[in-house]
Structure formats: structure tokens, C-alpha cells
Design a protein around this ligand. Structure first.
Ligand code: AMP
Length: 543
């Protein structure tokens, strides 16, 4: 991280137009003063003004200090979309502590991975959400004894209700080059890849997105996806919304039905979602009458958007469609609101900053021409140069400072980016990312399994689903695998959707498991399954 900081200074990004020399928490407090009486957050029928939010953030930060949270502490923040998330996110940064952006779906194994990698000393969660009791995680962390400061918030209360908010200490100075928060980028068992985003780089990244989206003070941004997602955090997300004095409208659950009702009720103007949600929305709009005429922009990102779906969205003529590509590690591209339909339907747009650098290379690292597909490498004012505390950084970053995205992409003559697949393995299920090797390492330890391979199988609704190929002495059922992984406390979005029994795993010429072949076999298997009996997804396939 020190190296990244020095390189950042050397590159003088700080002098570029749009760079903010402040820190996220103090900027937020300034916005709270500036937009004082405007509606800042709407949640569960409550409308809270900027001045009220500012006051609550200050109280939260004092309360956190009094509770023993300190500057530079890493704190796993695991809260759903509600007001407490906003208060903790800014409150922690105000005291110089560093939130780790966990998703509500993460379970103890993933949380322990974050704790181990970041040497986290704090954990903040809610009592329950979507049927899960977080005391299960709290108890494990207490037993583990590494995390000393734990706050479990009652879902009916504000965090400040249970904190001592009498001002006793002085707030630390926070520099724009300090780490603001750590985002997540998958990882292997017990370890996480943590992305250190600094105050300056993230404020700049967000500012560039806000400009590209022409976000305005009268915009109402509806957040259906979880707030810790990079997309929802700052592209323009809630941070961008606050920077212009707009209103953040919170949907409690990632539920399209709730979302459509909120659009109607509060006349939301701006919405970001993943393609699988957009498909669901299209279906619902066909079946029921929802008034979505207030929507000005619909952003789609996080996963591959089929052209036919993009066209259907454009044909609604209710909003401007904007395609977004982004990685939590940095680079963000977006189509222009004024782009022609042909561009918006196909491409993910251009980088938001003129200082973003893109290279498309073949497997030997040679530059490819426009129109040729290869691995996307990125560098720029807000793209990280290393993961936090990661012994394998050389694997992910080139010597000259580019981040290897693992995405396959090409650039059009006009400089528009098109993501055309993956170079490295990653399953993208409704925008959530799953690393096959992580699941394989769990499943290889399961009794009776001799060998296994995990692949992403194409799925009409979710983009991809998770298929497991298993070599075992007896038939292993899907529910057994899911139950095992649940017991191992793996996040629910990582649970496999299909299992295929095989005699052996096919190998490539160089002796690696032939995953391309498995995907083909899996697709074939699924076709047969749907002909036979879809509720019985375990099949014995011969390869
Ligand atoms: P994350 O860092 O979790 O935001 O995930 C980033 C990954 O999501 C990228 O490396 C891509 O594989 C995928 N992704 C994001 N946006 C798009 C998009 N518009 N089209 C296709 N894949 C995308």
C-alpha cells in the first residue's frame, strides 16, 4: 500500500481536474451542511434531511470512539440497506477507522477470511436479516478472540440509540491518500482479496461517474442492490447522490417488486441494476401496471447484458439506458446518455476519466489492435496497484502497474469497450462473483468426494449458474452438497445449482481439468434434464 501511495503522489493525479483533496467523511459532512433541508435518505417511509443525517453521523462517530474503535482499525461492516449502514460507513471513516465492505449474505468463513487478511479488530452487524441470525457469526468471532470490538444493532433501532455520544476525544486528521475502506474481490478459503480504496481516489472516481451521468440535485437514486457493491457505492451510487444533494431511496431487500413500488411511490429518477434484475423487471412490467415514468436513467452493469434485453429496455421508451462496466479494483466505463441506440445496445461505453489507461493484450502480453479481443489490463488515477496484504500481488498486477482484470474485451474504433467473456475463471451469477477454486477446495474435503470441478453454466435468467462435476464412489445429491457448504458457512449465493456425477474429470493436453469441455457437457446435461425431470438435477454423465 505504501508503494501505491508513493506512486500515486509521483503520478501527480492529485493535480487533475475533479480530484478532491478531502476525505469522504468530511466531504459528506460538508454536503450535509450545504444541502441541509433537502431530503437525504428515504427508508421505510421515513424521510431524513441532510442536516439530520449530518448530526447522526457525528454522533455515531463520537459513539464509536467512546466504544473503543480507533483510527486505522479495520472493521468488518455487515449491514443491509438501511440508515444504520449510512451512519456506520461515514461514522467509521470520520474516526479514521477502515470499514471492510462485507455483504449481508457473507457467512462466518468469509468473515473470518476478511478478519485474517486485514487483521480486523471490529465487527458491526444487525441482529437478523432475511432469516439469518448474525449472533451465529458474533459467537464464533468471540470464540476466536481476534475481533475485540463488536456491535450488533437491533433492526428496529438506530446505532446511536445505544452508544455513549458524549464528546470526549479529538478526531484524527485524515489525508486523501489514506485508505478509506476495503472492498472485496473474492478469495480462497480463509483469505480474502481486499481492495484498498483511498479517500482521494474514490471521491475522484465517483465525481467522474456523476459527471458522466449528469446526476442532479433533484434526482432520486433508488438502491435495490446492496450498498457495499462498488456500483451502488459510487457509480454514481449513494456517494454520488449525496455529492449533488440528491435523495437516496433505500429498498430493504434486493427485490424488484419492492423496487417498482418505491419508484411509483417516491418518483425515483435513477436506478442501477444487474441484467438478471432487468429481465425480471421486464417480465413484471408485462404482467402488472407500474408507473415508472419518473425514471430518467436505468443503469445496467455488473454482468453481461444481452443485446435483445437491452433493446427491450430501450423500447420501453421510459428512460435512458446506460451500460456500465466496472471493477471494484478501479476502472469504470459508462455509455454517454446521449449515445446512439446502437452503441448503448452493444457496448459498455468509455472510461469515465481521461486519465484511465486501457490495454488489450494476448496471452503473451502483446498489445492487440482495436477490434481484437484479449485480456483487459487497466491503470489510472483510481485503479489500485496492489491488493491489501496479499502475497500473490504479482499474479494480479503487471510490472508496469496495470491491473489484470481477467476479463476478455475489445475496443471499438471509437474507443467503446465491449466485454466479451473471461480469460480467467470466475462465475458471474446475477452479478455476484464466485471463484470456482474456492468451492472446489471445500468440496474436495467432503466425505465420499474423490475429485470435483466447479464451472459456470449459461442460464437465461441469472447469466450463469453454478455446476459441480463430481467423481465419487456413490451418488451424491445436490442437496447434500448444498447442506455441506451451508454447514461450512459459505454465502448462500455460492451454493451450487446443479451437480453432475462423472467417472473422471476430462483433462486438457497439458493435464489441467478441461473446463470448456465440462461446460459443454453441462449444457448438454441440462438440456436432457429439462426433458426428463428438472427437480432431480443429479445426473450421471459419461464424458
Ligand atoms: P466487481 O469487482 O465485483 O464489481 O466485479 C467486476 C467484474 O464484473 C468484472 O471483472 C466483470 O467480469 C464483471 N462485469 C462488471 N460489469 C460488467 C458488464 N457491464 N458486462 C460484463 N461483465 C461485467
Amino acid at each position: 500500500y505504501r508503494r501505491q501511495r508513493q506512486m500515486c503522489i509521483r503520478d501527480s493525479y492529485q493535480l487533475i481536474d475533479g480530484w478532491n483533496k478531502g476525505n469522504i467523511a468530511d466531504e459528506m459532512l460538508k454536503w450535509c451542511e450545504k444541502f441541509s433541508d433537502s431530503a437525504c435518505v428515504i427508508y421505510e417511509n421515513n424521510i431524513i434531511t441532510y442536516s439530520k443525517i449530518g448530526e447522526l453521523i457525528k454522533k455515531t462517530s463520537v459513539g464509536l470512539l467512546n466504544k473503543g474503535f480507533k483510527p486505522k482499525d479495520k472493521v468488518v461492516l455487515q449491514l443491509p440497506n438501511n440508515i444504520n449502514f449510512i451512519l456506520c460507513f461515514f461514522g467509521l471513516m470520520k474516526i479514521g477507522a477502515i470499514p471492510i465492505m462485507a455483504l449481508p449474505a457473507h457467512r462466518i468463513n468469509e468473515i473470518k477470511g476478511m478478519v485474517n487478511t486485514a487483521k480486523a479488530t471490529g465487527y458491526i452487524c444487525q441482529n437478523r436479516y432475511m432469516g439469518f441470525e448474525y449472533s451465529q457469526i458474533v459467537n464464533e468471532l468471540i470464540t476466536d478472540d481476534k475481533v475485540k470490538n463488536i456491535i450488533q444493532i437491533n433492526d428496529q433501532e438506530l446505532i446511536v440509540d445505544n452508544l455513549d455520544i458524549e464528546e470526549k476525544s479529538i478526531f484524527p486528521y485524515i489525508d486523501n491518500l489514506d485508505i478509506a475502506f476495503l472492498s472485496l474481490s473474492g478469495g480462497t478459503t480463509g483469505m480474502s482479496k481486499l481492495i484498498p480504496r483511498t479517500h482521494g481516489d474514490y471521491l475522484y472516481d465517483t465525481e467522474m461517474s456523476v459527471r458522466r451521468c449528469h446526476f442532479q440535485s433533484n434526482d432520486i437514486y433508488l438502491a435495490i442492490l446492496p450498498l457495499p457493491h462498488n456500483f451502488i457505492l459510487g457509480h454514481p451510487g449513494f456517494l454520488g447522490t449525496f455529492s449533488r444533494g440528491g435523495t437516496l431511496l433505500l429498498s430493504q431487500y434486493p427485490d424488484i417488486n419492492e423496487g417498482l413500488e418505491l419508484i411509483e411511490k417516491y418518483k425515483a429518477t435513477f436506478l442501477s441494476m444487474v441484467p438478471s434484475m432487468a429481465k425480471l423487471m421486464l417480465e413484471m412490467l408485462k404482467e402488472d401496471e407500474y408507473d415508472i415514468s419518473s425514471l430518467r436513467v436505468l443503469q445496467i452493469g455488473g454482468a453481461f447484458l444481452e443485446e435483445s434485453v437491452a433493446q427491450e429496455l430501450i423500447d420501453l421508451k421510459s428512460f435512458t439506458l446506460q451500460q456500465v462496466f466496472g471493477v471494484a479494483e478501479g476502472l469504470n466505463t459508462m455509455t454517454e446518455l446521449s449515445d446512439q441506440e446502437e452503441i448503448i445496445r452493444v457496448f459498455q461505453g468509455k472510461p469515465t476519466s481521461p486519465y484511465d489507461e486501457i490495454k488489450i493484450v494476448d496471452e503473451n502480453g502483446n498489445f492487440l489492435n482495436n477490434g481484437e479481443s484479449g485480456e483487459l489490463l487497466i491503470k489510472g488515477p483510481y485503479t489500485i496497484r496492489s491488493y491489501y496484504n496479499n502475497p500473490e500481488n504479482e499474479k494480479y498486477f503487471t510490472k508496469d502497474g496495470y491491473y489484470r482484470t481477467g476479463d476478455r474485451a475489445f475496443l471499438s474504433k471509437e474507443g467503446n469497450l465491449k466485454i466479451s467473456g473471461r480469460v480467467t475463471e470466475l462465475i458471474n451469477k446475477s452479478g455476484e462473483k464466485i471463484i470456482p477454486s474456492e468451492l472446489e477446495s471445500y468440496l474436495n474435503k467432503m466425505e465420499d468426494i474423490r475429485d470435483c470441478a466447479v464451472v459456470g453454466l449459461p442460464d437465461e435468467n441469472q447469466g450463469e449458474v453454478i455446476g459441480v462435476f463430481v467423481v465419487a464412489d456413490r451418488k451424491i445429491e445436490l442437496f447434500e452438497v448444498r447442506e455441506y457448504l451451508r454447514k461450512e458457512s459459505v454465502a448462500s449465493f455460492k451454493l451450487p445449482d446443479y451437480i453432475f456425477m462423472v467417472d473422471t474429470l476430462p483433462l486438457t493436453k497439458i493435464g489441467k481439468v478441461d473446463k470448456k469441455r465440462l461446460v459443454e457437457v453441462g449444457k448438454e446435461g441440462l438440456l436432457n434434464l429439462s426433458l426428463i425431470h428438472i427437480s432431480e438435477p443429479t445426473r450421471h454423465l459419461r464424458i
